[in-house]
Design a protein around this ligand. Structure first.
Ligand code: MTE
Ligand code: MO
Length: 396
């Protein structure tokens, strides 16, 4: 286990007993706090557009917005889109309106569970990690019957009935309907950490796109359109963002805890699209500013920082959920199919010992399963923030 800052502790939901993981490295001092594997729903960092924010509504306004389980409706239809390039309209056998009870009923047969790190493409630290439960979008779309000329699916939530506030995301028809064996389906989530999804996290129903940054996981989901427009018509494609970015493999540092001549360094690493081989840290005397193109990077001595072992799932998972129920775990043994889990976060920690008095910088980076060290492979910065983080500390 590694040290965590107060901010991180609050953000990651320490204090929420249900979410606590309690294994601690035997050699670490008592000041190192246990790290929760799941973030409590209220402790996620919130990224929500709109005025007023949908989760600030209550009473009559909440009913009118159809954001309670009783009032929630999802309407699915084909759009009328054509242009010079796209001359044929998308068609479906029938438009569908689904209510919450029907979605839960579908869940009895088709439910999936997935542990996902929620990470914004534009924010330097993860927002949290949750156990999401719901119904694959492909099983919902089958209710529409035969389809033709559908190449893309786009969706949005409640945004104060104001087109200017709409925040929309999209996926290709193939991505939604043809989940490869062992791959992860997009799903309509109705539970987070074993509880109905709270309003701030996008309840009653939220889209969850397992491999993607947060912007594909639309909150307060109410509308799905099937279209023959083949373009990624995501709101997030504006402002130069890559609307097809996947979660990046990257390490995020907690505050360093110093005790005597030892610095305890730790944090979280996300296992993104390219997987996570290991995390390593580099200790450097503080002083001269390290330029991005400094030759020092080439000479740096990176040393491995071990990953936390899989937690005791029984103490981490909500009552009634077994690891074998979750995507990414073996159906019979309940063991993770990979460690760390795909698109999830794992803690890492190391103790830097016998340090001489002085001021230091410590950096952490991941190396992915293709041998690329963070921040590589980085196509453009707007495909996800994964800069190498640094912390400074002093040994007296
Ligand atoms: N309806 C709606 N869904 C949304 C957003 C939003 O503003 N409105 N923000 C998105 C972005 S950019 C991110 S990073 C995640 C954040 O999820 P969280 O607030 O649960 O942490 O939600 C996504 N879903
Ligand atoms: Mo985001």
């Amino acid at each position: 286990m590694s040290p965590i800052s107060r901010r991180q502790a609050v953000k990651l939901g320490i204090g929420s007993l249900a979410a606590m993981q309690t294994s601690i490295h035997a050699e670490e001092p008592a000041e190192i706090k246990p790290r929760p594997f799941l973030t409590a729903a209220d402790d996620f960092e919130d990224v929500s557009r709109g005025t007023p924010k949908p989760h600030s509504l209550n009473g009559e306004a909440l009913l009118k917005a159809k954001l309670t389980p009783e009032t929630w409706r999802l309407e699915i239809s084909a759009d009328e889109f054509t242009d010079a390039l796209v001359t044929q309209k998308a068609q479906i056998a029938k438009a569908v309106t689904l209510d919450y009870a029907q979605l839960l009923e579908l869940g009895k047969k088709h439910r999936v569970l997935f542990l996902k790190a929620m990470q914004c493409l534009n924010i330097a630290t993860p927002l949290g990690q949750g156990l999401w439960e719901g119904v694959p979008l492909r099983d919902v779309l089958r209710l529409c019957g035969a389809m033709s000329n559908v190449r893309r699916i786009y969706f949005w939530g409640f945004h104060n009935d104001d087109p200017k506030q709409r925040f929309q995301s999209s996926l290709s028809y193939t991505q939604v309907m043809e989940t490869a064996p062992g791959e992860l389906p997009v799903f309509l989530a109705y539970k987070l950490n074993g509880q109905p999804i709270n309003l701030e996290r996008g309840g009653p129903v939220r889209m969850v796109v397992p491999w993607a940054h947060g912007f594909k996981s639309i909150k307060w989901l109410q509308h799905i359109r099937l279209t023959n427009d083949h373009r990624a018509n995501d709101t997030y494609a504006e402002k130069n963002n890559d609307p097809e970015s996947h979660l990046k493999t990257a390490a995020y540092l907690d505050e360093v805890v110093v005790s005597g001549k030892t610095a305890h360094v730790g944090g979280w690493a996300i296992s993104g699209l390219s997987g996570l081989s290991h995390v390593e840290t580099w200790l450097r005397p503080a002083g001269a500013v390290l330029a991005e193109n400094s030759p020092e990077w080439q000479q740096a001595e990176w040393k491995p920082a071990p990953l936390d072992a899989p937690p005791d799932w029984k103490s981490v998972l909500p009552a009634g959920v077994k690891p074998q129920d979750i995507l990414g775990f073996d159906r019979t043994t309940g063991k993770p199919l990979s460690w760390p889990l795909r698109h999830s976060m794992v803690g890492f920690s190391t103790a830097l010992r016998d340090l001489k008095p002085g001021k230091y910088e410590v950096r952490a980076r991941t190396v992915d399963l293709n041998g690329f060290a963070q921040p590589e492979p980085r196509s453009i910065q707007k495909s996800g923030k994964n800069g190498i983080q640094v912390r400074t500390f002093t040994i007296t």
